[in-house]
Design a protein around this ligand. Sequence first.
Ligand SMILES: NC(=O)c1ccc[n+]([C@@H]2O[C@H](COP(=O)([O-])OP(=O)(O)OC[C@H]3O[C@@H](n4cnc5c(N)ncnc54)[C@H](O)[C@@H]3O)[C@@H](O)[C@H]2O)c1
Length: 324
Amino acid sequence: MSNSKPIRRIAVIGTGVIGASWAAQYLAKGLEVIATDIAPDAEATLQKFVKSAWPALERLGLSPGASLTNLKFTADLAEAVVGVDLVQENGPERLDFKQKLYKQLDELLPPDVIIASSSSGIKMSDIQSGVTSHPERCVIGHPFNPPHLIPLVEVVGGVKTSEAIVQRAIAFYKSIGKKAVRLNKEMPGHVANRLQAALAREVYYLVAEDVVSAADVDDALSWGPGLRWGIMGNMMLNHLAGGTGGIEQALRGLGGPMAAWWKTLGSPEMTPEFQHKLIDRVQAEVGSRTIDELEAERDELLIGLLELRNKRLETATSQKVAAE
Ligand SMILES: NC(=O)c1ccc[n+]([C@@H]2O[C@H](COP(=O)([O-])OP(=O)(O)OC[C@H]3O[C@@H](n4cnc5c(N)ncnc54)[C@H](O)[C@@H]3O)[C@@H](O)[C@H]2O)c1
């Protein structure tokens, strides 16, 4: 199998929330996209989404050749994968669905085509278990919503995935400006969703116990640690929390109290009553604001932060080049 085959044409399978956003991202990077979905209104919905995402992508910088005209749609799976270099699969998050689809794809595709799944939490070992010919080209390429704006892609193979494919997937995502993070082991929920789940457990607990309102817990996150997390992660921030003594100092000072708090963290059951309580609290926070308004607010600030981070990256790169 060739390791150097350039990736120019992508099949996007499933054009719901994630597939439509991936399609916009790939088009903005100058790639050809052939999308497929079984929903009757899928093509129109996809076109509408991609057009609405385009101004933000223009603002962040289109790659040479990027055009909305590079998007094609077919409801026929076999037709969608003809001549593609990579498949980005975004079908429903069900193991039986994915297992069946991967068997079909394996039969349809030449062996050097990568099949990447956006799955949020299903292990590739489970998805590829029934793939007989070339399971080694199946890999998780898990984005964060919305993939056309959020750079993170988690890459992890299953037991039958080859190291070469993991490397090719990482190189490809990096080549289009994504922040590819490699997982050395499969975990349910990968890494970033596990982090979200750990935090959500405590957020839900605190809200359900009426320790804090939904609006205040959201402020506590987005005006506090969340601002820092948009810049650096937990490990590096803990290093800074120790002052000149760094992480060693931080763990000496905070390690004991933090371990004591761990013992008091909530472990709520996801009962219908618990869910109703959370829904009530969030509705009180949302008030009359629509989903569209909230999404527009999120995306505007997100693009501003991405522009700032990209500028910083460019400055750092040009300083490095000048020093060499
Ligand atoms: N929503 C998120 O925040 C998020 C984030 C990262 C990853 N993911 C993952 O991305 C995948 C898709 O999630 P989503 O939120 O976009 O779901 P979704 O329900 O919005 O989209 C799924 C799409 O798949 C289509 N579909 C169903 N059967 C099909 C078939 N046989 N062929 C082609 N298309 C078919 C559906 O019509 C639908 O449009 C899941 O694996 C999910 O875990 C979701």
